[in-house]
Design a protein around this ligand. Sequence first.
Ligand code: 13P
Length: 247
Amino acid sequence: MKKIIAANWKMNKTISETKSFFHNFRNQSSLLAEGCEIIIFPPFTSIVEAVRECENTDIKIGAQNCYYESSGAFTGEISAEMIRDIGAEYVILGHSERRKYFCETDEIINKKIHKALKNSLKVIFCVGESFETRKNGKVNEWIERQIKNGLKGLSKENFKNIVIAYEPIWAIGTGKAINAESADEVVKFIKKYLADNFDSESVILYGGSVKSDNVREFMGLEDIGGLLVGGASLSAESFAEIIFASG
Ligand code: 13P
C-alpha cells in the first residue's frame, strides 16, 4: 500500500502563491517518489487552481473543512457537494484547530464525516490530545472518545474511505514533534480500537512538526501509513524534501 504524504496549508496562499508553489514543486519533483500518494489541502479559494495545476498528475487535492448540510441558509458554509463539484477528492475533518477555534464537537464532526462520505469524499479524520491530557496519562481515553463519537455509525465499507491522522495538539506548529516510540503506541492503540469496535482498519498518519529531518523516524514505523504536514508543506522545496526523505 502506498504511503500518504499530505499537505495541510491551513489559511495560507492566494491563487498566485498557489500557482507559484506548483511551478516550483514540479521543478523539485520530476521524480515524485512513486512510492507515495501526495494530497494537498489548499484553502477553499485556491482549490480550483490547485486542481487545474494537478491535472494529469497523481497528486490529489482536498478541502480543509465542509458543512454537514447540502445547501440552504448557512451563511459562509461550503457543502461536501460543492467540494466534489470543484474536483477535490478529500476533506480534512476534526482538526484540532477547528475543534478549538470553531467549537466543533465530536457530534458535529461525526455529521460532517457522514455527509462527506455520502458525497464520495475521502476523509482525513484528525485526533490528538493536549499536553495536559498526556501529562495526566489519559491519552488513550481521550483518543478513544474522539474516535468512538467521531466515527459513530460508520460501516465497514465506509472505513475504506477514512484515513485517521494522529496529531498531538502540543506538537502542532511548535517544532516539537512527539518521539516516534510514543506515536507508535498511540497508533497501535487506534488500530486495535478500530479492529475491536468497528471490525475495520484504516491508514493512520502522524502529524505535528514534521520536517525533513524527522520524517524517517515516523515513516520507519510499520503502522504509520504516512504524514500530515503543516508548516513545512508551504514551501515546495521543503515539502519535496519531506517526500524524498520518506521514499
Ligand atoms: P505543523 O506541521 O505545522 O506542526 O502542523 C501540523 C498540522 O496541523 C497538520 O494538519
